[in-house]
Write a protein that binds this ligand. Structure first.
Ligand SMILES: Nc1ncnc2c1ncn2[C@@H]1O[C@H](COP(=O)(O)OP(=O)(O)OP(=O)(O)O)[C@@H](O)[C@H]1O
Length: 520
């Protein structure tokens, strides 16, 4: 039984950030930000890329110190010098990139570092079981983390935070990796916990979700709070315009640009992984035609990453072929080539993990423009790098893709996540590719930047670009793709027509709940 809760308006504030200012060299990340979160509410924080959301949350979680301003938790002003201070104040954070160890069990992940609370014996087990029950985590505590799906891992992360006593939980873009059914389940859990008195701060770029789950929303623009709203009373479009400060372009109507000419042909691709008896890729065959976006849907961990990395030559296929077909029909076998040679053959690549494969974080933006293009114009001529050319082209990308940065000499690490992504997309579309492999191309970017990136991809497609799109964002898959294939346990199992399929139907096919074959 849950007790009746008072109206949100009558609840006491549990977090009050007042006049928070945080400066980095050349940038004011937060400027006089105010945020009040009431007990038991889900409070969304929205804002475009680089608006200052992560910085604000890092301040609230003790990972960064503000230059000015105060933090009040449960009526007491606090100094949060590190995450331990934040945890002591009852604040927990569920990061977008889970902070869990794959080679440890669920129990070890939760208990490690928190032994002083309930020990590691019976009391600890009981507490873990209780929290698992509360958050809907059904996995056995002795399961290794690497054997869990994404949704369960996220729950482990939530349990871990609660175990440490958090009553206020920051969720940083928690739905980016989930299918619709999992999002629904997460929201159920959040609502349940809300009724038990927990408070959530929810960072998201998905405005429909904000409207579905949040009781209030604070919008941050260019480092400062522009206002709060009742998300149930405004439309996603209004919310988006509050974030961006101007009207968004209307989505254009779809017109097919698909031709009959294959650009890439994948046949019988197979990838065996040492230590696993199941192939990561099992007889994968498909082609993408000029002017076509082929979307691959799948729950993370079903072979999409391996597929992309095998096509890019970062992993060596144990069977099958990868061939590019040029405009005259000449076939070129890439199967044995390295990554650079494949890129030079005309493949643009937006990597799933931009910080690992897409960018050199310590290097300036202009040097990142060269990455992967070190043999080609405009950033190289002959054997030599053309630094002036690289700088000029970086300036162009920064302007065209609206990369918010104090300049092209700052290291990539100084950009917000969304702005890093815009830089990568800009670079990969600059080399005039014949094929673009786009892995989660708009992950972490705001609605304005998403519209811009979609538009750039559509334009390139209209000019004959073939695109292989991998995305966890089903609206993106449905909106951009001409054809959708579903990947499950390393195989392409079914096909869906983006003109008719719903995200729910796609979600069922992805989790294996639907029959193989046509999804819709
Ligand atoms: N460690 C840092 N050094 C220098 N500048 C930084 C640093 N961290 C953030 N910034 C800058 O502060 C500003 C706010 O960044 P922040 O990451 O808080 O934005 P965000 O709203 O979380 O964006 P996104 O939605 O893209 O993740 C950006 O201009 C960013 O470049």
């Amino acid at each position: 039984m849950t007790e009746p809760q008072p109206e949100p308006g009558s609840r006491r504030p549990v977090v009050e950030l007042a006049g928070i200012t945080k400066r980095f060299p050349g940038v004011v990340a937060n400027s006089d930000v105010n945020l009040t979160v009431h007990e038991g509410e889900v409070h969304a924080v929205c804002g475009e890329n680089g608006a200052g959301k992560s910085t604000l949350m890092k301040i609230l979680y003790g990972m960064q110190r503000p230059d000015e301003g105060t933090i009040t938790v449960n009526g007491t002003q606090v100094e949060l010098r590190n995450p331990q201070d934040a945890i002591r104040a009852g604040i927990g954070m569920v990061h977008q990139h889970f902070m869990l160890a794959d080679n440890l069990t669920v129990r070890e992940n939760v208990l490690l570092g928190a032994e002083s609370l309930h020990g590691i014996g019976r009391a600890a087990r009981a507490r873990l079981a209780e929290l698992a029950e509360r958050t809907g985590l059904r996995a056995d505590p002795d399961t290794l983390l690497e054997d869990l799906g994404v949704a369960d891992r996220q729950r482990v992360e939530i349990v871990k935070v609660l175990y440490r006593g958090a009553k206020i939980v920051i969720l940083d873009e928690p739905t980016a990796v989930l299918v619709p059914q999992e999002v629904d389940a997460l929201f159920e859990t959040v609502r349940d916990m809300q009724r038990q008195g927990f408070t959530f701060i929810f960072i998201s770029h998905k405005l429909d979700e904000v409207r579905a789950i949040a009781d209030s929303v604070t919008v941050i623009r260019r480092g400062t709070t522009v206002g709060s709203a009742d998300p149930k009373k405004i439309s996603s479009r209004e919310l988006a315009e509050m974030m961006v400060g101007s009207e968004l372009p209307s989505p254009e109507t779809r017109e097919s640009t698909v031709t009959t000419r294959d650009v890439i042909r994948i046949s019988g691709l197979r990838l065996e992984v040492e230590g696993s008896d199941r192939a990561a890729l099992d007889d994968v065959s498909f082609s993408v035609r000029a002017g076509e976006v082929l979307g691959i849907a799948g729950v993370e961990g079903n072979g999409q990453t391996e597929l992309v990395e095998t096509i890019m030559g970062m992993r060596k296929a144990t069977g099958g072929t990868v061939e590019l077909v040029d405009a005259d029909g000449k076939v070129r076998n890439l199967t044995r080539l390295g990554t650079l040679a494949r890129r030079e053959a005309g493949i643009g690549y937006i990597a799933e993990d931009r910080t690992r494969h897409g960018l050199l974080l310590t290097q300036p933006l202009w040097a990142n423009r060269i990455l992967g293009y070190q043999t080609r114009k405009p950033v190289a001529s002959g054997q030599l790098l053309d630094i002036a050319g690289a700088r000029k082209d970086t300036e162009r990308i920064v302007a065209e893709y609206d990369v918010r940065t104090p300049g092209i000499d700052v290291p990539a690490a100084a950009l917000s996540g969304g702005n890093q992504q815009k830089l990568v997309v800009g670079r990969e579309l600059s080399g005039d590719p014949v094929l673009l492999i786009a892995s989660h191309p708009t992950r972490g970017v705001d609605v304005g930047a998403q519209a811009l990136i979609w538009e750039q991809i559509r334009q390139a497609r209209a000019n004959g670009l073939a695109v292989l799109l991998i995305s966890a964002d089903l609206d993106e898959l449905i909106g951009l793709s001409d054809t959708i294939r579903v990947m499950l346990r390393g195989r392409l199992v079914s096909e869906a027509d983006p003109a008719t399929v719903t995200p729910q139907e796609l979600g069922s096919a992805m989790t294996g709940a639907a029959e193989e074959g046509e999804v819709a």
